[in-house]
Design a protein around this ligand. Structure first.
Ligand SMILES: Cc1ncc(COP(=O)(O)O)c(C=O)c1O
Length: 492
């Protein structure tokens, strides 16, 4: 083994992964693989590094020289190599801690990490095989039904999902089926269902309308009504309306929509016309914020018209990605013919979901959070995120170039725009790129119709975004602005 090393020593540079005369082999090295190996590898086996180097990442190890991206290799790689190849590529991704664009949890405490790892091999759908997992999922449903004031939390229906997107699909499907049943009972046609949405609704609702052939009717947001307006809702409602979707924490801005006001408007509509139009609350983010930070806000099952609510466990529920929940007000709000009884899992298991197999770890982590934090803990976590959001939004509003769009009073999310007339040399997209140079990921985007001429920037403050990081962010934001201010537009 050492003889190889000594013999080929002159070809090796300790500072480079290639032999010194690497250019001779360059062409073959990059040729498409034959038999799963590059020609270079096949013909130059004698240049393989001695074994002791195979653990030193300074050197190219067997299997690392050329990685096939689009075909499965014929031969597998050693564990460490495969691990390092994947890890190395991940270094090119943004740092999740500095990702101020995402609502989704990027940090859990080490004990939760341990639990995550230990529970990774359980499939949630195997309810008969893992009855305790099923029991814990059931407990989470009851806890959420209770948190959101369902009249009979122990008897109503609910489900865990992969995220709010799946939960919204299920909520929309239940609305459509309930409407179809009611129409059939009255001997009326069911071929033209519609659903009322804000133009600022999350894209999942546009998908829902498209996939399940429901006409979307949009109430556009305006400067006077930056979130769903009850008058706009009433103008679009008719006997074919399966429901109104309201959002507790609009994705664009973090604003809560006036759900109580919309519910009242629909109550009055029913009194006047007999039309009974239900509300689904998309509380993807707010479902885990409002009960703690705004306990007096009436938005949930306290309003009889709210028939279903979804939330993302993986957003302010503080669980890693892959978890959503939906709860119906009463069992009868979920039509029975949407529920499938599955016998081949052992027992007779009712399911209502779009997927079958799913990881159970996230559900168990949600329960862990309920136990670990309790209501008091959730309050403290969300409160501290909100303090950071408010501190930052105030500081940004005082910087000069910006005016706030939202300040973090609803969700711990705030947004701002460039003051009109401040500069024509740069815009928020330039600022977003400039911040990226520091590692921060802050999105800039236009608002939806009728406010699409306004571009905003948004920051989502999550559990792991500390006040210390907020100070550094502010410093970097100031630096980014002065770099942009100092540039001549023509040179940019
Ligand atoms: C209001 C709203 N609804 C639905 C979703 C989709 O949620 P998920 O990513 O959990 O599928 C989001 C995501 O940001 C959202 O903000």
């Amino acid at each position: 083994m050492y003889s190889y090393y000594i013999k080929y020593r002159p070809y090796l540079s300790p500072f480079n992964s290639y032999p010194l005369n690497w250019y001779k082999y360059y062409y073959n090295f990059h040729r498409p693989a034959r038999n799963g190996r590059s020609d270079w590898f096949t013909h130059r086996k004698h240049l393989m590094w001695p074994h002791e180097f195979s653990i030193n990442p300074l050197f190219v190890r067997k299997g690392e020289e050329s990685v096939q991206h689009l075909r499965m290799p014929n031969q597998g790689a050693p564990t460490e190599n495969a691990y390092k190849i994947v890890r190395d590529e991940m270094a090119l991704d943004g740092n999740p801690l500095l990702n101020l664009a995402t609502f989704v949890t990027t940090w859990m405490e080490p004990t939760a990490d341990r639990l995550h790892l230990e529970l990774a091999n359980k499939n949630l759908i195997n309810k008969e095989e893992y009855p305790q997992t099923a029991a814990i999922e059931e407990r989470c449903i009851r806890i959420l039904a209770d948190l959101w004031h369902a009249p009979r939390p122990h008897h109503t229906m609910g489900a865990s999902t992969t995220g709010s997107s799946e939960a919204c699909m299920l909520g929309g499907l239940a609305l459509k089926r309930r409407w179809q049943h009611a129409r059939k009972k009255q001997g009326k046609p069911t071929d033209r269902p519609n659903i009322i949405l804000s133009s600022a609704v999350h894209v999942v609702w546009k998908k829902f309308a498209n996939y399940w052939e429901v006409e979307p009717r949009y109430v556009n947001i305006t400067p006077d009504h930056p979130s769903l307006d009850s008058k706009g809702v009433l103008a679009l409602a008719d006997e074919n309306t399966i429901g109104v979707v309201t959002t507790l924490g609009v994705t664009y801005t973090g604003l809560y929509e006036p759900i109580e006001k919309i519910a009242k408007a629909l109550d009055e509509l029913q009194e006047r016309t007999g039309l009974d139009i239900p509300i689904h609350v998309d509380a993807a983010s707010g479902g885990f914020v409002a009960p703690f930070l705004q306990p007096d806000l009436v938005w949930d099952f306290q309003l009889a018209r709210v028939k279903s609510i979804n939330v993302s466990g993986h957003k302010f529920g503080l669980v890693y990605p892959g978890l959503g929940w939906i709860i119906w007000r009463e069992a009868e709000d979920l039509p029975e013919d949407l529920i499938f009884q599955v016998s081949y899992l052992g027992g007779n298991i009712p399911t209502f979901s779009l997927s079958f197999s799913r990881p159970s770890a996230q559900v168990l982590l949600q329960y862990y959070n309920f136990l670990r934090l309790g209501k008091d803990g959730y309050y403290k976590v969300q409160k501290s995120s909100q303090s950071v959001a408010k501190y930052l939004s105030k500081a940004i509003s005082e910087m000069g170039p910006f005016e706030l769009f939202t300040d973090g009073s609803d969700l711990p999310v705030f947004s701002w725009r460039l003051k009109e007339g401040y500069t024509s040399n740069w815009n928020l997209y330039d600022l977003s790129r400039q911040l990226r140079a520091f590692g921060w990921q802050v999105p800039a985007y236009p608002l939806p119709p009728d406010m699409e001429n306004i571009t905003i920037m948004r920051v989502v403050v999550r559990n792991d975004f500390s006040m210390n990081l907020a100070h550094i962010f502010l410093m970097n934001l100031t630096q980014a602005v002065s770099v942009l201010d100092s540039l001549d537009r023509h040179k940019m």
